[in-house]
Design a protein around this ligand. Structure first.
Ligand code: PLP
Length: 418
């Protein structure tokens, strides 16, 4: 089935109250107060349509896919492959064979590192460039390769506002640079990186680029052909979909040359004890029974996101960011970490004399969920001379009134510590 714009019907008017009604969890109470959920960079909440798609699948269509001839197996296979087509359309990939279902961003990056290593893409002394604002999931896979293959990891520096220093990137490139892997949007600072420029620079030297899109897909319209990247990894649970499912996009010509990541059922064409031939992409990279319902649930999340105009989502979230930045900046003793010009709706902050863990614990008693800690970006947090921050991260269902509550609760916290 070809997924077209008309599959999604009319674009919905952006109305935050109506959007909130789509998310059952948003009407619950926490500690006797209405939930204020501001931890969307960690994971987003799920709309009815996703929850019901998952429940419907298990109630009516559950079967294993690709290998059964019976009715249910065919229905389940069709639903799963339809979801792949939806992903393809969502990020504007050239073909559905470029969409590999994985567990999440983490697995997507590990797949690329591991498969390229197996292909002997890297020799001892070869270089991989990442940035100072990477999530651990875009650091450790390359460190594992460093230990295994002796590659060298190079890091693009950032300025005090939390922006990549692009001029320094090109200076890091040498004839030994074999791969570039950078985050599209920082989960800790909200910085939106100039990834198109990064891809263009790397491609001048024929270096492939992976983009970590974990924090981008629920907030920005993604067009992998326009970005020109070779790989793009993201997680379903950060874009209103289920946990345990994500996507690795890769250009077909690269994926075809790459050896499998894991071995098992589904990824083969023929097996004998002497020799095995592998399936076509993307199945070559999907060993074993996949997360079928996860894929279908992600398809429902994409339908949900596509029922809105992305420009509207972005405009609204920018409004929240501006409002929150002003309100929080006015609180005495509060300092915002990460002031990039191009930023998504994430506000990391510290407060004089109050540990981020105490902030998180106290405002939780007001029903407010934020994240505290290093956010799996320890080198980045250290770059700012810190060990932790508190982080409020917004999604399209958040409201200015919730930011007011956050500010009030922070002021109450500060008073307690005085
Ligand atoms: N990259 C970034 C920027 C993230 O924010 C996260 C999760 O917080 C990840 C990668 C890892 O995503 P997952 O745990 O879904 O694999």
């Amino acid at each position: 089935m070809e997924v077209t714009e008309s599959t999604y019907g009319k674009t919905r008017i952006f109305d935050v109250e109506k959007i909130r009604n789509d998310f059952p969890i948003l009407s619950r109470e926490v500690n006797g107060k209405p939930l204020v959920y501001l931890d969307n960079a960690a994971t987003t909440q799920k709309p009815y349509s996703v929850i019901e798609t998952i429940s419907h699948y298990y109630k009516f269509n559950n079967a294993n896919i690709h290998r059964g001839l019976h009715f249910l197996s065919e229905v389940a296979t069709e639903e799963y492959e339809k979801a792949r087509l939806k992903v393809k359309e969502f990020i504007n990939a050239l073909s559905a064979s470029e969409i590999i279902f994985v567990r999440g961003t983490t697995e997507g990056i590990n797949l690329v590192a591991e498969s390229l290593s197996r292909k002997n893409h890297f020799e001892e002394g070869d270089e991989v460039i990442i940035s100072h604002m990477e999530h651990h999931s875009n650091i450790i896979p390359w460190q594992l390769l460093r230990d295994e293959k002796g590659i060298v990891l190079k890091v693009i520096p950032i300025n005090d506002k939390g922006e990549l220093i692009l001029e320094e990137f090109e200076k890091l490139i040498t004839p030994k640079t074999k791969f570039v892997s950078v985050v599209h949007v920082s989960n800790t600072l909200g910085t939106v990186n100039p990834v198109k420029e990064i891809v263009d620079i790397a491609h001048k030297y024929d270096i492939p680029v992976l983009l970590d899109g974990a924090q981008a897909t629920a907030h920005l319209k993604i067009d992998v052909q326009d970005l020109g990247c070779d790989f793009y990894a993201f997680s379903g649970h950060k874009m209103f979909g289920p946990t345990g499912i994500g996507v690795l996009y890769g250009k077909a010509e690269l994926l075809e040359e790459m050896p499998p990541y894991q071995g098992g059922g589904e990824m083969i064409r023929e097996v004998s004890f002497e020799k095995t031939t592998y399936n076509d992409i993307p199945h070559k990279f999907e060993a074993g029974t996949p997360n079928i319902v996860g894929g279908i649930g992600l398809g429902a999340a994409i339908d949900y996101l596509r029922s809105f105009n992305f420009t509207e989502i972005h405009r609204y979230e920018q409004e929240l960011l501006k409002y929150g930045t002003k309100l929080l900046s006015d609180i005495e003793g509060l300092k915002i970490i990460g002031k990039a010009e191009n930023k998504n709706a994430v506000i990391s902050f510290v407060i004089d004399g109050v540990h981020p863990y105490d902030i998180g614990t106290i405002i939780d008693t007001d029903g407010i969920a934020i994240r505290t800690g290093h956010h799996c970006t320890q080198p980045l947090i250290e770059r700012f001379g810190l060990t932790a921050t508190a982080r409020a991260s917004f999604a399209m269902y958040n409201k200015k009134e919730e930011i007011d509550k956050l500010a009030e609760s922070l002021i109450r916290t500060i008073k307690m510590f005085k």
